[in-house]
Design a protein around this ligand. Structure first.
Ligand code: MF3
Ligand code: CO
Length: 248
């Protein structure tokens, strides 16, 4: 069942989304060679708590971190550790916060120091693919409209779109109906209505689309070990379009 949010719920989700967006902005100055992912994770936790929210990922299905931190070939759900970021890395921070029972969810991939031209290309076109997907959204559009737009954009740029992981509804659960795949066909799938909230989150690989799971049972990596990027916003569906709740 796809929930339609009440005006009160939408107000709370705006706050949750703002906290997530602000957490990203807060962390950006720290994203330099030498910082450990453990440090980034604890800075994020402390900031989210200071804002009156809680990190939704913490202990979600047993996930041990406060936010997901994925480096280079790691696609999603990387776990904080003593590893230090290096010049030339790309790092995805996937941040979820819960405010008064409602969640916000946004992932963004950042360059650490000087990155290769191909990593720049990956970041630029993954971010653009998110907006290609979002452009499809208004009351009455189908979930498949988003997937088709993302997939066409990504594949026409010679990149691989991950299919095993998808976007989702957001509300008082971090993951709700509907699934929002980054592939598909126009005019298929559930119809979006005013007041629904979804997370659109293309995960895009520089090489092939294939992924696999590491032994820690969380970290998803590319099968060919080439880098991967991830850009995500939580958005409210409106009559004529959408409102980004996780503005940054
Ligand atoms: N934003 C991530 C997702 O939608 C949240 C993962 S929380 C985790 O998949 F605990 F599962 F890592
Ligand atoms: Co998400």
């Amino acid at each position: 069942m796809i929930n339609i949010k009440t005006p009160r719920e939408i107000d709370l989700m705006r706050v949750a989304g703002e906290i997530v967006g602000d957490t990203h902005k807060y962390l950006i100055p720290y994203l330099k060679p030498g910082i450990t992912t453990e440090k980034i994770d604890s800075l994020a936790r402390d900031y989210i708590i200071k804002r009156g929210a809680t990190p939704s990922c913490y202990h979600y299905n047993g996930y041990p971190g406060n936010i997901c931190i994925s480096i280079n070939e790691e696609v999603v759900h990387g776990i904080r550790s003593k590893r230090k970021l290096c010049d030339g890395d790309i790092v995805t921070l996937d941040i979820c916060a819960c405010y008064k029972g409602y969640h916000g969810d946004s992932a963004w991939t950042y360059a650490i120091g000087n990155i290769s031209e191909e990593k720049k290309y990956l970041l630029e076109h993954t971010e653009k693919s998110l907006y290609e997907g979002l452009k499809q959204i208004k009351a009455g559009s189908h979930v498949g409209d988003i997937g088709e737009a993302v997939q066409k954009y990504v594949e026409s740029h010679g990149l691989g779109v991950v299919k095993e992981l998808v976007g989702h509804g957001v509300g008082n659960n971090l993951h709700e109906d509907p699934d929002v795949p980054n592939y598909g066909k126009k005019n298929t799938g559930p119809i979006l209505k005013e007041g629904m909230v979804i997370a659109v989150e293309p995960m895009v690989n520089l090489g092939t689309a294939d992924v696999c799971l590491l032994d820690d049972d969380w970290t998803v990596v590319t099968l060919d070990n080439k880098p991967s990027a991830h850009f995500e916003h939580t958005v409210l569906i409106t009559k004529d379009g959408y409102e980004i709740l996780t503005k940054r």
